[in-house]
Design a protein. Structure first.
Length: 481
């Protein structure tokens, strides 16, 4: 496992995707020189189907969640080891690789527009990520001459997909029915400080609005020892943050006889100075192991950050969504965590305008947010996704959906401002994991709150004592103390 940083990934230009805009700030020096040479030119290697003694370059764009970024890191490792170099521009590249997301309709539309634009360059185009499984017909319409498509379970076949254009092959489909044990595959680290650890592929749910399960499949948890080995190696190599990711981290181990609480305890037992961020988990799974999960969260190595998507504040809408918990059960999890860990950051998700959501149901969602006061709220307008049960239900007027989203957003802005002001005067340690703008550095405190400090010194990767002096909507400015 090598570290890939700054100059080698200028290509991550995902239009409209805030995560990848922020990712550009993560990219740092300290790159393993051999890998840098391989990926940026100065290294030649033969590949199956390639021209002996010549290099090929690949331009990469990536969209979507942390799990998609993890898949990208695997594909980059295969490409680097095979001698491909990264191009900063699609115009100068030999092959184009787009790692797609299709969880939401607006995201899919942007990705399809980009695929159409790239296909007009007349270069071999490989489409990876979730969208090929979610809506392959749309890809065929947007880029009919694509070279290959790959699903998330086929990332280890990226060289076959990328090498195929050299044999003038088109429209190949690389879909795998069985999951690959991804932690055993080679991988690079986009940010040398952050080790992404995918703990499982797929989920146990069947939410009526979700299309990601078509791409990621049913739950397949990775062996605990394999995951512990990955974390241990990363920490020895200098990783300071470990991000656990899955479609539902709370489902981990339900197919293997263990659970997330046990995995967390094992990870926290690894020697080294690092912090663990736990990704999204559904309320029903958190509830099933609640006392042990809270106990695992108490460990000083775990960020006090809980991402628990509720989706609606109305039980009947949750039933239509096929979400296996009640609003009261969601509140039980939040109350229990806050009682034991008072300053924990609580993130949740809400869908506005789901089919069957009446006026009173939406008002209950507003009241739930007012009561729970989440620190982070991801608001989505409902859009039907292909192949889902919700696609067959009559949708609400789009103007009404937008108005509900507007009201939810306005409410959350007020909640967020109040919550951030509560951190004024806080003093404690942060881990600096991102270089900001104009001499600023972004760190995270124990609750994973973004804290910004200014310094001319190199602070990346350092643990610093700070005091919060202001409270802005999206971050907390602080001074070194």
């Amino acid at each position: 496992m090598e570290t890939l940083g700054g100059r080698a990934l200028k290509v991550l230009k995902a239009p409209g995707t805030g995560f990848y805009r922020r990712l550009l700030h993560h990219l740092v020096s300290g790159i393993h020189e051999d890998l840098l040479l391989k990926m940026k030119g100065g290294y030649s290697a033969g590949r199956p189907g390639g021209k002996r003694g010549e290099e090929a370059s690949v331009y990469v764009e990536s969209y979507g969640c942390t799990a998609n970024q993890y898949d990208l890191e695997i594909m980059l490792a295969y490409l680097g080891e095979a001698g491909y170099r990264l191009s900063d521009s699609p115009d100068s590249a030999d092959v184009l690789l787009v790692n797609t997301c299709g969880v939401k309709k607006p995201t899919e539309d942007r990705v399809l527009c980009r695929l159409h634009s790239l296909s007009r360059l007349g270069k071999p185009l490989v489409v990876a990520g979730c969208l090929p499984r979610i809506n392959l017909p749309a890809i065929r319409r947007a880029a009919p001459g694509f070279s290959a498509v790959m699903d998330p379970r086929s990332v280890d076949r990226v060289l076959l997909a990328v090498g195929g254009p050299e044999r003038r092959e088109k429209n190949r489909v690389f879909f795998s029915e069985e999951p690959t044990v991804k932690p055993e595959l080679p991988k690079v680290r986009v940010n040398r400080l952050v080790e992404i650890v995918q703990i499982a592929e797929g989920c146990t749910g069947s939410c009526s609005f979700c299309c990601v399960r078509f791409a990621r499949g049913r739950l397949s948890s990775y062996p605990e020892e394999t995951l512990l080995d990955q974390v241990g190696r990363a920490v020895k190599q200098g990783a300071r943050e470990v991000w656990l990711t899955a479609q539902d981290t709370g489902a981990y181990g339900r197919d293997t006889g263990t659970d997330l609480a046990e995995l967390l305890k094992g990870i926290c037992g690894i020697e080294g100075k690092f912090l663990v961020r736990v990704g999204m988990m559904n309320p029903d799974h958190a509830l099933g192991m609640l006392p042990r999960l809270i106990d695992a969260y108490r460990d000083r190595k775990v960020f006090k950050f809980l991402h628990l998507p509720v989706q609606s504040g109305d039980d009947e809408v949750l039933r239509l969504m096929n979400r296996p918990y009640s609003v009261e059960e969601f509140k039980t999890v939040v109350r229990s965590f806050r009682r034991e860990i008072p300053r924990i950051t609580v993130a949740t998700d809400v869908i506005c305008g789901f089919p069957g959501e009446g006026d009173q149901a939406f008002e209950r969602s507003l009241r739930l947010m007012e009561e729970v006061k989440p620190d982070v709220l991801n608001i989505s307008q409902f859009h039907p996704r292909p192949g889902t049960p919700a696609e067959r239900i009559d949708s609400l007027p789009q103007a009404e959906v937008k108005e509900r989203s507007r009201r939810m957003t306005a409410l959350f802005r007020r909640i967020r401002e109040e919550g951030n002001r509560a951190w004024l005067g806080w003093r404690g340690k942060i881990i600096v994991d991102e270089k900001g703008k104009a001499g600023s550095w972004v760190g995270r405190n124990f609750a994973y709150r973004p804290v910004v400090v200014r310094s001319r010194e190199e602070l990346l990767g350092k643990f610093l004592e700070v005091e919060v002096r202001e409270a802005f909507p999206t971050y907390l400015p602080a001074e070194l103390v």
